[in-house]
Design a protein around this ligand. Structure first.
Ligand SMILES: [Mg+2]
Length: 122
């Protein structure tokens, strides 16, 4: 069981991932943008962060950068589907360069995501 900070601006995707993580027995804190995520991380550091990249206010790239700077051992998983203008693979490459330990393209294969959490926790 892990304490997961789930950061996603799309409420439908967030709900789906929330249910999946809870069914697996994980304890989940939700955030809908990067600013909320950094505040939640500081207040109660989770075992793992799962963050979307394209979000209003503060995006996932800046969020990963900020969290890793303050918490060098943070375990971060990045997810993205990209946008009309930017390919998801490009964004996930940036996330990887900033220290995300795993990256997944949307739609996320939840089995792979759960496996990634298990491997980061072991
Ligand atoms: Mg988004």
């Amino acid at each position: 069981m892990a304490h997961v900070l789930l950061v996603e601006d799309d409420s439908q995707v967030r709900e789906m991932l929330l249910e999946t993580l809870k069914q697996e027995g994980h304890d989940v804190t939700e955030a809908s943008n990067g600013k909320e995520a950094v505040a939640a991380y500081r207040a109660n550091p989770p075992d793992i962060v799962i963050t979307d990249i394209i979000m209003p206010g503060q995006d996932g790239v800046e969020t990963i950068h900020t969290i890793r700077r303050e918490f060098p051992n943070a375990k971060i998983i990045a997810i993205s589907g990209g946008s009309a203008n930017i390919r998801g693979e490009y964004l996930l490459g940036t996330a990887d360069a900033l220290g995300a330990l795993k990256t997944f393209s949307k739609p996320v294969d939840v089995g792979e995501l759960l496996d990634a959490i298990d491997s980061l926790m072991s």
